[in-house]
Design a protein around this ligand. Sequence first.
Ligand code: UDP
Length: 373
Amino acid sequence: MNSTFVGGGVAEILSRMVPLVQEMGVDARWIVIKGTQEFFQVTKKFHNALHGRQEDITKDELELFLEINRKNIEELNLDADVFFIHDPQPIVLVTQKKKLGRKWLWRCHIDVSRPDQRVWDFLLPFIVEYDAAVFSAPAFSRPLAIRQFLISPSIDPLSDKNRDLTPETIDSVLTMFGIPKDKPIITQVSRFDYLKDPVGVIQAFELVKRSVDCRLVLAGGTATDDPESGKVLAEVQERAYGNPDIHVLSIPPDSNIEINALQRASTVVLQKSLKEGFGLTVSEALWKAKPVVASAVGGIPLQVRDKLTGLLSHGIEGTAYAIRQLLTNPEYARWLGENGREHVRYNFLITRHIKDYMLTFLAVGRPEEIVYL
Ligand code: UDP
């Protein structure tokens, strides 16, 4: 259960995971809670605050959050052996555990290593009602009175987002977006969100351009549970205005082949996040054997081992330096990309992810059957 069918990493994972698990014979269902715009404004504040950003959240907003969760509880037919709840939006559903029993897991996709204390304290009574918490990276784990599991997200290599594409398909996507192939292309694919630092990406690009001619593609859309994206997109468009080498693409949420093609057409893929949960876009780019420059935040260092599977960067100048290094050393860039693909093959594909889920269900459901090696 989560709060959106489209947009962002959680929807991406569930859209691939649920059908595959069903094919394995598990009676799995994906339920999305219903929210209003005001509700998602509050939960976006939670999201930012848990990532450590300062947010003012009023009592009325907290009450609205609880109220919408209560409404969902009334409307949903909650019936399962294991309830797997993603992120804070539906966290209150666990209050039904007293009535329904069963096993309840809370999976947190946010970097909560340094959360805003007030929001964390508000959520904590709900978190500890779960049987276990699941985090994406070791650094996110918190002192909690419940068990914790580490499960990294994953990508599906056979999805439209990641499968091989013909050169013709890639070219036709570039043509559709009006992106010439005359210069190296640097790309960041992300929701338009401050924490993805799209303006910082433009600044880094401008520094690179001083010595190496290239293009920048900033591609992203919106998520139904993210009300901030319109504002961020407007800022990015304003910042990029008048520069024919910057392509700001606002794309519909189901643009999987388009994103795949943009990643494959890129010379370097960027993920200059200020904060990150896991950063699935990094695995997507590495799987395509692309040299990646990404900030050393959240789950990114699990994917980008610095100077082995990509380059980790700090700040605008550091990012520009790393991009320049890759653009001027194509052999090194190719080597990093190929290592990156192998790293994803072993660690971040959906098959490993499903195995982790099954083991987690076993661990919370039937601890006596677990054999510890
Ligand atoms: N994505 C997309 N369309 C967009 C922007 C992102 O389909 O306009 C996808 C992207 O390819 C990736 C996911 O959404 O699969 C983003 O996951 P990530 O973990 O990178 O970031 P999140 O949005 O969850 O913070």
